[in-house]
Design a protein around this ligand. Structure first.
Ligand SMILES: Nc1ncnc2c1ncn2[C@@H]1O[C@H](COP(=O)(O)OP(=O)(O)OP(=O)(O)O)[C@@H](O)[C@H]1O
Length: 336
């Protein structure tokens, strides 16, 4: 388990202090794929770099399996860091070394016995699907292949945590998906906890099970990805969710709608259409669909409907209550 306890990172620059991370406490469970989301300057990189103390926090503790890394001696920290792999947006491969040598470099740094290195390099290349690229140089690889080498290098010493710093931001959407798939496989097969930072909600939607949203150095919202997608609380979180799953109805359409407009959420297996049609039969209200979609988040369906309800106010209220009893989350978008 990885835990940040009251982490603050202050940068001193030109007689000025910049707060990169502001008193963040977070728990990341073993086996999580945890996404940290925020706009540029929110403090994501600063926080991620506190995990392996690439940035030393100005205050607070970083606990990995209960051990506070900030209290370790430099040799203890070197050993602890071997169990924390990291990949980067711009890969940082050594251009004069072949793919195989880039990976072997990480193994040598961890004092792996010489006679085991080549076997391990081959294993790692097979794991990331680059068996035939051992002897080529990074310049001969595509961006996605370079990131695969970065992943192989990060996994060389069997880490328990993998940190991903905007790992797919330099890649096209199709390559991004293939790298995310690989990361998910690694998480499932090897049980490695993954912490990734990104400004792309699609990345989070694709592979993360839990997430935190950062703004001005603080974590403003955190929880299960499914729950946050279903009911984001903070306006910034809503903005990020809307970038991938838009529930907004344009004002021009709302303006012409006569009845009350409601948003209905049906989580998991609750069959939204069935509940809505039962409601229309039971109550003297007329419903018009303005929007309807089923999103799959973490392979779990989330039904989202926006509809206009026309009828007596008391009947409309009863109809909404009935839908809530049947498992819907009802939110009024526009009162009559
Ligand atoms: N080495 C540094 N010296 C001074 N200020 C820094 C340093 N690194 C980061 N900062 C400041 O700390 C704040 C948080 O930056 P950080 O890079 O962690 O944010 P971020 O969310 O990762 O943004 P980005 O996605 O652009 O990297 C910003 O105001 C930034 O200017």
């Amino acid at each position: 388990m990885l835990e940040f306890q009251n982490i603050t990172k202050i940068y001193e620059s030109k007689n000025k202090q910049v707060v990169g991370v502001d008193n963040v406490s977070l728990k990341i469970n073993k086996g999580d794929i945890f996404g940290i989301v925020g706009y540029s300057g929110a403090g994501k990189s600063s926080l991620l770099r506190c995990v392996n103390l690439l940035e030393r926090p100005s205050n607070g503790k970083v606990l990995v399996d209960g051990i506070d890394l900030t209290q370790l001696s430099s040799s203890e920290l070197r050993t602890a860091r071997l169990k924390i792999g990291m990949i980067f947006q711009h890969f940082y491969l050594i251009s004069q070394k072949t793919v195989g040598e880039n990976i072997a470099f990480a193994l040598r740094a961890a004092k792996t016995p010489k006679n085991e290195i080549h076997k391990r390099v081959k294993e790692l290349l097979a794991m990331v699907g680059l068996t035939d690229k051992e002897d080529v140089f990074p310049a001969q690889l595509s961006g996605g292949q370079k990131q695969r080498v970065g992943i192989a290098r990060a996994l060389a010493n069997n880490p328990s945590i993998l940190l991903c710093d905007e790992a797919t931001s330099a890649l096209d959407p199709k390559t991004t998906l293939s790298i995310l798939k690989l990361l998910k496989q690694i998480n499932e097969k090897l049980g490695i906890t993954i912490v990734l930072i990104t400004h792309e909600m699609n990345v989070v939607k694709e592979i993360c099970n839990r997430m935190a949203i950062m703004q001005d150095g603080k974590v403003i919202e955190e929880g299960a990805v499914y729950d946050i997608f279903a009911q984001p609380i903070k306006p910034l979180t809503q903005e990020f969710i809307n970038s991938v799953v838009s529930f907004e109805i344009p004002d021009e359409i709302l303006k012409d709608v006569k009845g009350q407009v409601i948003k209905l959420l049906f989580k998991g297996e609750v069959a939204g259409e069935g509940v809505i049609s039962d409601t229309m039969q039971r109550f003297d209200v007329k419903g018009n669909f303005l929007h309807g979609t089923i999103e799959y988040i973490q392979e779990r369906p989330l039904g989202i409907f926006v509809m206009e309800l026309q009828g007596e106010k008391s009947t409309v209220d009863e109809a909404k209550k009935y839908m809530e009893q049947r498992g819907a989350v009802v939110e009024v978008v526009k009162h009559v």
